[in-house]
Design a protein. Structure first.
Ligand SMILES: Nc1ncnc2c1ncn2[C@@H]1O[C@H](COP(=O)(O)OP(=O)(O)OP(=O)(O)O)[C@@H](O)[C@H]1O
Length: 722
């Protein structure tokens, strides 16, 4: 019943709660505007849904949340539109003029500048009063949150709780064990931080909490990665510090001594990775017998990584399991985790699952895109994807191995790598540089897939589909957080990757796109280039005018053509190459071959090509793939030889070859192998088996992972992957 009330609370207020969160300035205008326009409809809807009988309550929440999110943020097609220059009532020309004015002011002498500023100041309208948020159902003031904590939340611009926080707050504060699940970026961390802090300072756990020098910890939080442990520690430090609580973070790769000193002095909250905490237990540095709270954050990942024995050992250190509360959180809770939960949590545990059986398990604030690309074209393609889709924000690129993360980071200007082979101190420097905006592209393995919350990550690129759906959900969830929107682009090799499995299991309906073409790139960066030119002060004109006139007279180009070159150069382009739609390779063109009847195997298609092309041209064909409808094959050919291919078809009856403008749906690897088309030995077996033997990757089952232990510090799945 209690849970149900919480659900109602959250349901009623999600629209308000999103509006109230101050750290989301960029999207806030859209939300407010939307709220004004649609408030009556939302209120009507919420009201009616509230009247539904209790068993349907959970469904009603999901509906309200979904409606609010999709309505508040532009859908993917809207996002892809360039911003409307007139959307704020100011035309593009007016904006340009404004910008130029700004640069002219910059060039003014100091006194004139000051005068100008004074004049400007006078015109400023008075600041509107701060909005009063107390009326919101999920307003912080409506929960048993004490003043110091409330003040800290206010400092962070948090005035109302997110649904997972609102739903679980009372449950945790009142002493229940809990399994909590919400999509990525929905605030699960504060869902345990806030009630725990209240419980141990003002609530039920206060009386039995140890205090004084050398006190044993009251709270233990376990996380799968060092970076995540540091991040959660920062939250406990910030909020707990205000309540007079001390915390420390214990993770591998850092010296023991400083950690030991802190433990000796006594701390209230310990956050860390299972391996290092186990080490401290074995060294006799830490006594967990008096714990009041145990938290497993990203529980499934920790157990998947083979930490299960360490976790069991650590959790088993409490003296009386009836006196400790255990909380388990993640955005993904595969069934097998629920069995584990049964082992660690009390039988009367509560569950708050905001994802539940809804089809879509990944973030609904993210535009999920897939793009065909071969491994060799990746490093050329990625900078253009960043230009077209990052909106100038941060990008995280995920690779499958540590080696490829380092290699790719080395190839991309201004990018840095993050993975398990990098020294811990350097990992911390890299992450803090990325957080502070020193560099805008991070190339990482799965060490960065879980939980990391970094401001303004606009774009996620996955270099190939991950091995399991959970990895897809968490990686793509590094963007689109706390109500913001983002883009997740996954590169895939049509012949090797199995997209449909991820699509099926995550509920994501992927948007299919091809490599950005010169026009797309010009559209994406042209505006920025124009801004850069306009920002240049008029004071340069007299100095450069003569050179410009010389150039105009000698180049044989028009003013517009020359200006186009200058714009391209301003954003770093000296040439833009055409890319194939199929493999994304530069200077390749994608062709469609049809023969008036279905084509069942790639080898058959090669046979057809041989009928009208010389062997070396057949050999030069790249990425040959069957179309999803089975009526044709697509492949790439070098742009310089295009005529040879097209004219060749005239020598073969019933054969049509066409240069494609858009890529048709292709058969997935799963489909192709079902038909026995992969590695079918049909003349080009080497191409189709592609080093993986066409038999798929060796995906081990979860039980294997547990029985093998995996071991800590080994990265994932017992290998040295990340
Ligand atoms: N009530 C709130 N109002 C505004 N912002 C909030 C609120 N609660 C949390 N946030 C912000 O939302 C962001 C995401 O929170 P958090 O990292 O806890 O998400 P998560 O659900 O744990 O995501 P993941 O599953 O990826 O780990 C953080 O930047 C956090 O500060």
């Amino acid at each position: 019943m209690h849970e149900v009330e919480c659900f109602h609370k959250a349901k009623r207020s999600w629209a308000h709660c999103t509006r109230a969160c101050a750290p989301l300035p960029r999207k806030q205008e859209k939300i407010s505007l939307f709220s004004l326009l649609h408030l009556p409809w939302l209120l009507f809807l919420s009201f009616n849904l509230t009247l539904l009988p209790i068993p349907k309550t959970r469904i009603t929440i999901t509906i309200t949340i979904t409606i609010t999110i999709t309505a508040s943020y532009p859908n993917s097609s809207q996002q892809s539109q360039p911003p409307d220059p007139d959307c704020d009532g100011v035309s593009g020309k007016q904006k340009m003029a404004k910008k130029r004015k700004a640069s002219d002011i910059e060039a003014m002498p100091m006194e004139e500048k000051a005068d100008h500023k004074k004049k400007k100041k006078k015109k400023k309208p008075p600041m509107p009063p701060e909005p009063e948020e107390d009326h919101l159902p999920n307003a912080v003031s409506n929960f048993r949150i004490s003043d110091p904590l409330r003040a800290k939340l206010k400092d962070k611009g948090i005035q109302s709780l997110f649904p997972i926080q609102a739903i679980t707050f009372d449950t945790v504060l009142d002493g229940s064990d809990l399994v909590g699940r919400a999509r990525t970026g929905q605030g699960k961390t504060l869902a345990f931080v806030l009630p725990i802090l209240e419980s141990i300072t003002n609530g039920p756990a206060k009386a039995s909490r140890k205090t004084g020098y050398g006190r044993t910890p009251t709270v233990l939080v376990l996380l799968p990665t060092r970076e995540l442990a540091c991040q959660v520690h920062a939250d406990f430090d910030f909020y707990g510090g205000a309540m007079g609580l001390s915390s420390c973070c214990l993770y591998g790769g850092a010296p023991y001594q400083a950690q030991e000193v802190k433990l000796k002095r006594g701390v209230d909250i310990v956050i860390g990775t299972p391996g290092r905490i186990k080490d401290h237990i074995e060294r006799g540095n830490i006594d967990l017998s008096q714990l009041k709270f145990r938290v497993l954050d990203e529980a499934d990942e920790m157990l998947r990584m083979g930490f299960v024995e360490d976790v069991e050992l650590i959790l088993g250190k409490v003296e009386n399991v009836n006196k400790v509360q255990t909380l388990l959180f993640s955005a993904t809770l595969p069934d097998w985790v629920k069995h584990i939960a049964a082992k660690f949590l009390k039988p009367d545990k509560k569950t708050a699952d905001l994802v539940g059986n809804t089809k879509m398990k990944a973030s609904t604030n993210v535009r999920h895109i897939i793009l065909p690309c071969t491994g060799s074209a990746r490093s050329q393609l990625i900078p253009d994807i960043i230009r077209c889709y990052s909106s100038g924000g941060r990008t995280i690129i995920f690779t499958e191995t540590k080696e490829s993360a380092s290699q790719l980071a080395g190839m991309l200007p201004g990018a840095r790598a993050l993975h398990g082979d990098i020294q811990q101190a350097q990992r911390e420097i890299t992450l803090s540089g990325f957080r502070s905006g020193k560099f805008m592209t991070l190339v990482a393995t799965n060490v960065a897939a879980r939980g990391l919350d970094i401001n303004d990550v606009q774009l996620i690129i996955q270099c190939e589909p991950p091995r399991d759906v959970e990895a897809y959900i968490h990686r793509s969830g590094r963007t689109g957080r706390a109500g913001n929107t983002g883009v997740a682009v996954m590169l895939y090799d049509p012949k090797r990757s199995n997209i449909s499995k991820i699509e099926r299991e995550s509920g994501v309906k992927f948007e299919h796109i091809s490599a950005p073409q010169p026009d797309d790139i010009a559209k994406a960066v042209g505006g920025k280039a124009a801004e850069m030119i306009v920002e240049v002060s008029d004071s340069v004109i007299p100095a450069f005018k003569a050179a410009a006139e010389d150039l105009l007279n000698s180049s044989g180009l028009s003013v517009v053509e020359l200006l186009a070159k200058a714009l391209a150069k301003a954003v770093g382009y000296t040439e833009i190459k055409q890319r194939s739609l199929l493999t994304s390779m530069e200077n390749y063109v994608t062709l469609l071959l049809e023969i008036g009847r279905p084509i069942f195997t790639p080898s058959f298609a090669y046979g057809v090509l041989r009928r009208f092309l010389p062997e070396e041209k057949v050999e030069a064909v790249k990425g040959l793939s069957l179309t999803a409808d089975g009526n044709g094959v697509v492949f790439d050919v070098p742009a310089e030889d295009l005529d040879t291919y097209l004219s060749g078809q005239e020598n073969a009856a019933n054969v049509s070859l066409e240069v494609l403008k858009a890529l048709p749906r292709l058969q997935q690897r799963e489909q192709q192998s079902r038909w026995g088309r992969f590695g079918d030995g049909g003349g080009r077996g080497n191409r189709f088996s592609g080093g993986r033997g066409g038999g798929g990757r060796n995906i081990r089952f979860l039980n294997d992972r547990f029985s093998n232990g995996g071991g800590r510090g080994r990265g994932n799945w017992g290998g040295k992957r990340w």
